[in-house]
Design a protein around this ligand. Structure first.
Ligand SMILES: [Zn+2]
Ligand SMILES: [Zn+2]
Length: 109
């Protein structure tokens, strides 16, 4: 399932269930790369996808919907998110972002 930017309609990311070697995984594509989740609640995820609810995905795990701004209730693409990495004493800590309306959130960690 693909999600489009609220401002320009371009592809912001995608969430898909994929079976590899008999193991079902949840894949999340975002402007910050692809994340694979081997463990998730299938029933809850399917419910969110069936309703096309990015808010429900975000509620499950913020990293399932890194392109989503919960304050705006909107999806934005990589062009519209301003993002930066946060390092803690030389180690990658998290990627944070700011939506076009100035709301800041953790995107990935
Ligand atoms: Zn926002
Ligand atoms: Zn955009």
């Amino acid at each position: 399932m693909e999600f489009a930017c609220a401002l320009d309609g371009s592809r912001a990311g995608a969430v898909a269930l994929r079976e590899t070697d008999g193991v079902l995984r949840l894949e999340v594509d975002s402007p910050w790369g692809r994340l694979t989740f081997p463990q998730f609640n299938l029933v809850t995820v399917l419910g969110a996808l069936r309703r096309r609810s990015v808010a429900a995905l975000y509620a499950l795990d913020r990293e399932l919907a890194p392109f989503w701004c919960p304050t705006c209730s909107a999806v934005y693409c990589g062009v519209h998110w301003e993002s930066w990495d946060v390092w803690d004493e030389g180690f990658f800590d998290q990627t944070r972002g700011r939506c076009p309306k100035g709301h800041e959130r953790m995107l990935l960690d």
